[in-house]
Design a protein around this ligand. Structure first.
Ligand code: PEP
Ligand code: CA
Length: 487
């Protein structure tokens, strides 16, 4: 038998309510409830010890789930969800959307009705949240994130969450975590830390888009992104300041050279340079123009996004360079860049199914540079397990909407860490003002974060959240020690 009590607790001067599910054990129950109640009220620092008590277990039943269609930073529809729990607390989350997507990603459900946002509306996904999902979650414990997420994935019943849509599922999953955090009086990063069982928080080192091409900038350059990483920073605040100098220098340099300064999807500029080497030379000049030393103050990360370069006939089409490259030639090109420039991280240097060449790339330069799988791993445990088995890459990009749930994403980070892979929590090129990813990166101690450039409110919202978290918890800054592959 289970008795449910609503308990009001005074903590830090604020009244909080929670629901305690009491598991009857003959003779003990009154004593246990009395002790728990006493501890909660009299010694607030004991916190919610009832959740660990063998006799009592705190639950937070979900009262309502509601979603709506909103817009992302590209003006495309996306899903926002609200989860309300007993006691009146609620959480809200909205999900991002990619442009250079991996084919194994969790499915983003769109309506495909040409009359609505050119087929991109998400009213079906919203309808699934407000219908089937809301019904299934009614009364379910928001504190049991794993059970909640597995209710949603089981309800969907497809491997890539294509029936209900990963966009709706993830929005609900994160909103439930926010509602739980609010009910527990925690920040979201603390809630994530608890869910991850992470012993220590850490502030991630950012990789910041400076020059962009590929699918984020009308294919103005073959390689998708050249990013700056601060090397001498000792805090996130310091890191952001250092990189902002490079980002500002990019606009100045482009203006001086008569190159376009318009923003790419993630807020970098798109100078439309003909080759990767031209872009790397420009990165070196920008760093110097900012009064900083390349390789000392600032190092370079690259997202080749090579899946988007794959030629259906085989190999890679480097259209701006006017040449075709085999996998072996791509590896030679990347190794050459690592040798001649202060490149510390390369993401998706090869296509998503080019596994044997990925293994060769890893043998060749994996001891010198971080090799990150994005389209390759798609935040999927099976694909990451294959990578670890075949010694492919040494880092994983973590995009919660590639995975589909919060607990799945947290588990993936743990899997990567236990295999010695670096973890880079990443935004998508279509973002909302939701800054969840910053809390995810800090709470899981991921070590690295890739948000976009220091432009546009959807991107800056995440940097600002990092600044707030750093002020609030003073967690140590991970720095470049978080990168793998550096000899
Ligand atoms: C990326 O490729 O890492 C990225 C953020 O872009 P998208 O969201 O388009 O996949
Ligand atoms: Ca990528």
């Amino acid at each position: 038998m289970e008795l449910v009590m609503v308990v009001m607790v005074l903590q830090e001067g604020k009244a909080r309510s929670c629901t305690m599910a009491f598991h009857e054990r003959a003779g003990d129950r009154c004593i246990v409830l009395f002790i728990e109640f006493f501890l909660q009220v009299a010694i607030p620092s004991v916190g919610w010890c009832c959740s660990f008590c063998p006799y009592t277990r705190m639950t937070l039943p979900i009262e309502s789930v509601h979603a709506r269609q909103i817009l992302d930073s590209r003006g495309r529809p996306t899903v926002e969800a609200d989860v309300r729990v007993r006691g009146g607390h609620s959480g809200r989350a909205s999900v991002p959307s990619g442009a250079s997507t991996g084919s194994a990603e969790a499915h983003e459900l769109r309506d495909a009705d040409p009359a609505l946002y050119g087929g991109l509306s998400v009213l079906k996904a919203v309808g699934h949240v407000n219908g089937e999902m809301a019904k299934a979650l009614q009364g379910q414990d928001a504190l049991d994130q794993v059970a909640l997420d597995s209710t949603l994935t089981r309800l969907d019943g497809t491997p890539q969450l294509s029936r209900l849509g990963a966009n709706g599922i993830l929005a609900v999953s994160i909103a439930a975590a926010r509602a739980s955090a609010a009910a527990l009086g925690q920040s979201l990063f603390e809630r994530v830390q608890t869910l991850a069982g992470q012993p220590a928080l850490s502030m991630p080192v950012p990789m910041v888009n400076i020059l962009s091409g590929g699918l984020h900038a009308g294919r103005g350059m073959d390689v998708q992104d050249f990013l700056a990483m601060p090397a001498t920073a000792t805090s996130v605040a310091d890191a952001i300041h250092l990189v902002s100098r490079v980002r500002n220098a990019a606009t100045e340099e482009a203006r001086a050279r008569g190159l376009p300064t318009l923003l790419a999807d993630e807020g970098g500029i798109s100078p439309g340079l003909p080759s990767g080497r031209d872009a790397l030379d420009m990165m070196m000049r920008l760093i110097e123009r900012a009064g900083l030393r390349p390789g000392h103050d600032i190092v370079i990360a690259i997202d080749v996004a090579a899946t988007a370069l794959q030629d259906p006939q085989g190999g890679y089409a480097l259209r701006r360079e006017g040449r075709h490259a085999t996998s072996a030639e791509m590896i030679d090109m990347l190794a050459d860049w690592v040798q001649h420039y202060p490149v510390v991280s390369i993401e998706d240097g090869l296509g998503e199914e080019d596994w044997s060449s990925w293994a060769e790339l890893t043998r060749r330069v994996g001891h010198q540079v971080q090799l990150v799988g994005d389209d390759l791993f798609t935040t999927h445990p099976d694909r990451l397990a294959r990578g670890v088995r075949e010694q492919v890459a040494n880092g994983v990009l973590v995009k919660a909407n590639q995975n589909g749930t919060l607990s799945g994403t947290i588990a993936l980070i743990a899997q990567a860490k236990s295999a010695g892979y670096a973890t880079v929590v990443s935004a998508r090129s279509g973002e909302t003002e939701d800054a969840f990813m910053s809390d995810l990166a800090v709470g899981t101690g991921a070590g690295q974060i890739k948000i976009g450039s220091l432009r546009t409110s959807s991107t800056v919202a995440k940097y600002n959240q990092l600044l707030r978290i750093e002020e609030a918890c003073g967690a140590p800054y991970a720095g470049l020690a978080a990168l793998t592959g550096r000899a």
